[in-house]
Design a binder for this molecule. Structure first.
Ligand code: NAP
Length: 505
């Protein structure tokens, strides 16, 4: 976990500097780190891409992204000018070995000017098919830069399946030490997600009840109102299981289910997360249809606007079998969680955009209240709302004011906006700073990525080998296919949603 130390002199090389990720996320994050005093005295940011741009044109492009997306608002002239002097652009093709020689020379020239060696962070903000060629070339063509000071940041998706993830891990580990490989799952950098660990392990009252004796079931919902937008080409080869469940949602589950670590060391925490993945019950082919539901959106309405069905989206196969919705019931087979269902769901073009974890506690053993007092009865729930609302809520029963005894669910609320001033750092700020500081706690280790793939492969195989005859099976703007309701209703529960006004339904 982060210390207060300042990063060493650093050269950031962003492969894909002209891309969407660099524009919307990386540039605003680096700029905010600079504003907050986290950047080292000596740093350079080199963006690369095939688009022909001068340094000045590249700076202008990043400034546009910062002005649109930075949490600190539009850049102030003076601060931007000092920051942007450190930004450079290199027109280059990733398939051309000259690219890497030229980068090596640039890095050397900065180090000569600074009169000290720099840490080198290679950020791979490009399509995954470039990951192997970049890694190979960094090793071959930039030896003068020193491999031991090098870190490589890999964006999702990390592999397309278990085999390709293993192959990529093998290749990277043939070049780099695991300590140099930073596999990003940006969910882990979110403030509210980091708070799950703080909340669980800094409060004595939770641990005694954090187990199968008190918890009925857990739900993790990551729902999106957006459709595939302009990412149809990528998404049609991926789907909801690969895009959301294999990485973000399983990592959330790990944070909820992990055993208490003995300290905050990166590997200690990552060991505890891997333990969860390894304890998760594997699916046999017959069980999948009872435990997993897939969906694909059809034409519908989102906030009064008509939107096309998935198969009519640009770059999507008109007969696509790709799921835009997935709901799965998992079990964690260990002493703490035996027989506690973990329901996960995610989907595109759903009714609401929200990432919410709900932990429902068991019912009271005996009620002393007459039925008419408990008409609005609701079992206790702890709700972590990750986005858009950032809050932690404990839902309890209390007496409604009045002369009679009527019970009503009420929320004990910790709401970020009401408790703290200012906007918290974006996930990418946290993760980029951690990369500079060499802290891997919030990054995925090779065994974690592989264990997550291993878990979902049987579902992917089952869905890919049998075309869904019911697709599209939910209209855009709804809460997903009916089968997803049945998946949880058959166990006597229903999907929890946090209404936009924050009051629970
Ligand atoms: P993008 O907008 O399509 O950008 C791709 C970048 O790759 C561009 O800068 C492009 O530069 C460069 N590029 C492509 N072919 C090249 C070549 N032969 N030589 C040199 N540069 C080349 O993609 P993105 O949305 O930024 O995503 C980048 C990566 O981040 C992907 O792996 C994606 O899955 C991941 N990711 C993105 C987001 C996001 O919010 N965008 C979120 C999570 C993960 P030119 O066009 O100038 O050649």
């Amino acid at each position: 976990m982060k210390s207060t130390s300042q990063p060493q002199p650093t050269v950031f090389i962003i492969f894909g500097g002209t891309g969407d990720l660099a524009w919307r996320k990386l540039a605003p994050a680096l700029y905010n780190l600079y504003l907050d005093g986290w950047m080292p005295d000596h740093f350079s940011i080199i963006g690369t891409g095939r688009t022909k741009l001068s340094d000045e044109e590249f700076r202008e492009k990043l400034l546009e992204g910062i002005n649109l997306f930075s949490r600190s608002g539009k850049a102030k002239k003076e601060q931007w000018e000092t920051f942007s002097k450190n930004i450079y652009y290199q027109v280059s093709d990733l398939n051309d070995s000259k690219t890497y020689q030229e980068l090596g020379s640039r890095i050397e020239s900065y180090e000569t000017a600074w009169n000290e060696k720099a840490d080198l962070i290679y950020y791979l903000a490009v399509s995954p098919n470039f990951f192997p060629i970049i890694a190979d070339n960094i090793a071959k063509k930039c030896p003068e830069a020193g491999l031991d000071r090098t870190r490589i940041v890999i964006e999702k998706p990390f592999g397309h399946d278990l085999e390709s993830a293993k192959a990529l891990n093998k290749q990277l580990q043939g070049i780099f030490d695991e300590k140099q490989i930073y596999r990003i799952d940006h969910y882990l950098g979110k403030e509210t997600v980091q708070n799950i660990m703080a909340f669980r392990f800094a409060n004595a009252l939770l641990e005694p009840i954090w187990n199968r004796n008190y918890i009925d079931h857990v739900q993790i919902s990551v729902t999106e109102q957006l459709g595939v937008e302009d990412r149809g080409g990528y998404y049609d080869g991926a789907g909801a299981m690969r895009d959301m469940v294999q990485n973000h949602i399983l990592q959330l589950l790990c944070l909820i289910a992990m055993e208490p670590p003995i300290n905050l060391d990166a590997d200690e925490i990552r060991n505890r997360r891997v333990d969860v993945l390894k304890s998760m019950r594997r699916f046999d082919a017959d069980a999948i249809r009872f435990s997993a539901v897939r969906g694909q959106y059809g034409h519908g309405w989102i906030e009064g606007k008509e939107v096309p069905g998935y198969r009519d989206e640009p770059e999507v196969n008109p007969e696509s079998n790709t799921e835009t919705f997935a709901a799965v019931k998992f079990f964690v087979d260990n002493w703490r969680w035996q027989d506690v269902p973990f329901y996960l769901r995610t989907g595109k073009h759903l009714s609401q955009s929200a990432s919410v974890i709900s932990i429902q506690f068991k019912n009271i053993p005996h009620s002393i209240f007459p039925p008419e007092a408990a008409e609005n009865w609701q079992q206790n729930r702890l709700v972590f709302s990750i986005q858009p609302e950032m809050s932690i809520r404990m839902q309890m029963q209390a007496k409604r004011p009045g002369l009679d005894m009527t019970l009503n669910p009420v929320d004990l609320v910790f709401d970020y906006s009401g408790t703290y001033h200012g906007k918290p750092p974006e996930a990418y700020e946290t993760l980029l700073l951690d990369t500079m500081l060499g802290d891997q706690t919030l990054f995925m280790r090779s065994d974690q990525v592989e264990a997550a793939w291993d878990l979902i492969m049987p579902i992917l195989h089952a869905w890919e080998s049998k075309k869904s005859l019911s697709f599209p099976n939910y209209p855009a703007g709804s809460w997903g296919p009916e089968n997803a309701e049945a998946l949880i209703a058959q166990d006597g529960f229903h999907w929890f949603t946090l209404p936009l006004n924050g009051k629970h339904g």
